[in-house]
Design a protein around this ligand. Structure first.
Ligand code: SAM
Length: 230
């Protein structure tokens, strides 16, 4: 389903006229992930925005990862999308904790058994049990826990691994003054700011914070000789 026909347009931090232009000029193509996307949008399940998806696909095409870890499966849209970039024998581990999401993800992921493994439960309990190294990690889950996920995945990354984090600007709220943010969201946004500050200052990674979709942070683990992997 083309996002442009949906009432449930994913949140975006971009200027509306730019977003409209980008969506007009970028062709939409159906692929293996379209049924999961359509189902997610119909049920109001948050998914990667179209621009974020295209950026993700571009990074996957550059990096060509053999092993991918995803935190936040939802209905399986992004996992199926990423599977199209895997080489022969490649594998995705994807983690989801919500039983309703798990039920729907099982349906969408069933044709990809062997290529996509669904891990059921809270990521913070599952990641330590997983054996790396991973060449690519997509973090698209609870915003207040990104710093925790980051700590847990660090020693499971191959040199040159890409960590791609979605929703890091949360519709722009993360960049706003503390007192402009609804009180109940302040702690979560402070945690996200601390996470962004930590990753962007980490000399072991080449990172970029981008106003794409709902905000994307890309961190590439530098290779041993200190040169960037891209
Ligand atoms: C934005 S949705 C993921 C969308 C999905 N990546 C896509 O584009 O199709 C976030 C998902 O992360 C899950 N989630 C949040 N915190 C989690 C955690 N700590 N462990 C596992 N799953 C989590 C939520 O239940 C939700 O289904």
């Amino acid at each position: 389903m083309d996002y442009r026909n949906s009432d449930e347009l994913p949140q975006s931090v971009g200027e509306e006229y730019l977003l409209n232009f980008i969506r007009e000029i970028t062709p939409y193509t159906e692929d293996a992930a379209s049924p999961a996307l359509e189902h997610s949008l119909a049920d109001g399940v948050p998914v990667l925005s179209e621009e974020t998806k295209n950026l993700l696909g571009t990074m996957l095409e550059i990096r060509k990862p053999g092993r991918i870890l995803e935190i936040g499966t939802a209905y399986g849209f992004s996992a199926v999308y990423m599977s199209q970039f895997l080489p022969q024998g490649g594998q995705i581990d994807t983690i989801e904790r919500n039983p309703v999401m798990i039920r729907e993800a099982r349906i969408h992921l069933a044709p990809f058994t062997g290529m996509i493994r669904l891990h059921e439960g809270a990521a913070q309990g599952i990641i330590p049990e997983l054996t790396g190294p991973y060449d690519f990690v997509l973090i698209d889950a609870g915003m207040g826990q990104y710093a925790l996920f980051w700590e847990e995945i660090r020693d499971k990354l191959s040199p040159g691994a890409v960590v791609f984090c979605d929703n890091v600007l949360h519709g722009g709220l993360v960049a706003m003054d503390r007192y402009e943010i609804p009180r109940r969201q302040r702690t979560i946004h402070q945690r996200m700011r601390d996470f962004l500050t930590e990753v962007l200052a980490d000399q072991a990674y080449q990172s970029a914070l981008l106003p794409v979709g709902d905000g994307v942070l890309i961190a590439v683990r530098k290779t041993d000789n200190g040169k960037d992997a891209l």
